[in-house]
Design a protein around this ligand. Structure first.
Ligand code: SAM
Length: 259
C-alpha cells in the first residue's frame, strides 16, 4: 500500500510537471524539470541528473581522473565513463564489483577514482568459454569473451594493482564469497534471465549502509524490463540523465529516494 502510494505520488508529480509546462517554460530550471519528466514518462523510469547525485557528496577539491578514454565498440560512452568515475568518487567504496570486464576500460575508470586502499573485483566469462560452449556461439555477449584480451586497457597502469580479475560465469558464481561491495556495476550478459540473476545477487550483497548498484544499457535488451519491475516493486531506481545508466543508491540501511 505504502509503495503503491509512493509510485502514485511520483508519477502524479511527473504528470503535473508535464501538464504545467506551458506556464513554467520561461525558466531554464523549469525547462530541465519538464524535459526529465517527459523522458521519465517515455521510459517508465524516473530520470535524475548526475549533479543531483554527486553535488552533496563531492567537494571542489575532489578530482575525477580518466584514462583509456577512447570509446571502442561495446564500451560505455565517454559521458557514461565519466558518470561511473564520478559515482565511484562520490560513494568512496572500499570494495567494488563489476560484472562484465570486456577490455577493462570501465574497471580502470572505477579503480582510478577510489581510494588507494580500495579494491575492484571484475568478472568476465573465461577466454576459452566460447570454445567450451560452441552451442552459445551466436550470443553476442559470449562472443565478446573471446573478442579482446580481457582487461587489456588497464595493463601497465598504476591503478591496475587495485583491480582483481576473475574469470567466471556470473550465473554460477558464488557472490557471497566476495563480501559486501559498496559499488556494483552490472554490464555482463544482457538477456533478461541473466540480468535478473545479476540484479538479485547485487541486491543480496550490496552494502546497504553506503552503496550503489549501477546498470549499463538501462533502456535496452533484458535490462529494461528488469529495471521496470524493480521500480514497480518500489525500488527507487533512476536513469542518469544523458546516459543509458541506471542506479539505486543505498545509505543507512535502505535505498535512497532522490526525486
Ligand atoms: C558489454 S561488455 C562489458 C563492457 C565494459 N563494462 C565496458 O564498459 O567497457 C560485456 C562483457 O560481459 C561478459 N559476459 C557476458 N556474459 C557474462 C556472464 N554470464 N558472466 C560474466 N561475464 C559475462 C562478456 O564476455 C563481455 O566481455
Amino acid at each position: 500500500m505504502k509503495r503503491a502510494l509512493g509510485a502514485l505520488f511520483l508519477w502524479g508529480r511527473v504528470l503535473l510537471q508535464v501538464a504545467s509546462y506551458p506556464l513554467t517554460a520561461y525558466s531554464k530550471h523549469r525547462r530541465q524539470t519538464f524535459r526529465l519528466a517527459a523522458e521519465a514518462l517515455r521510459n517508465h523510469l524516473p530520470i535524475v541528473s548526475l549533479s543531483k547525485v554527486i553535488n552533496t557528496r563531492l567537494v571542489d577539491e575532489d578530482k575525477i581522473s580518466l584514462q583509456a578514454v577512447p570509446q571502442h565498440v561495446h564500451n560505455c560512452s565517454i559521458f557514461e565513463l565519466f558518470a561511473l568515475a564520478a559515482l565511484a568518487r562520490a560513494v568512496n567504496p572500499w570494495l567494488c564489483l563489476e560484472i562484465g570486464t570486456y577490455d577493462g576500460r570501465s574497471a580502470l575508470a572505477i579503480a582510478s577514482n577510489v581510494n588507494s586502499q580500495a579494491r575492484v573485483v571484475t568478472m568476465n566469462l573465461p577466454p576459452d568459454y566460447l570454445r567450451e560452449h560452441p552451442d552459445e556461439s551466436a550470443v553476442v555477449d559470449v562472443q565478446l569473451s573471446a573478442k579482446v584480451k580481457s582487461g587489456e586497457r588497464w595493463l601497465g597502469r598504476h591503478e591496475s594493482h587495485r583491480i582483481k580479475q576473475i574469470f567466471a560465469d556470473s550465473l554460477e558464481f558464488d557472490f557471497a564469497s566476495i563480501g559486501h561491495p559498496q559499488f556494483v556495476f552490472i554490464d555482463g550478459a544482457h538477456d533478461r534471465h541473466s540480468v535478473e540473476s545479476d540484479t538479485d545477487n547485487a541486491l543480496r550483497v550490496i552494502d546497504r549502509q553506503k552503496g550503489v548498484i549501477v546498470w549499463h544499457d538501462a533502456r535496452d535488451y533484458g535490462v529494461r524490463p528488469v529495471l521496470k519491475r524493480l521500480h514497480s516493486r518500489g525500488y527507487p531506481v533512476y536513469v542518469i540523465e544523458h546516459t543509458n545508466i541506471a542506479m539505486i543508491l543505498f545509505g543507512e540501511g535502505a535505498a535512497i529516494r532522490l526525486v
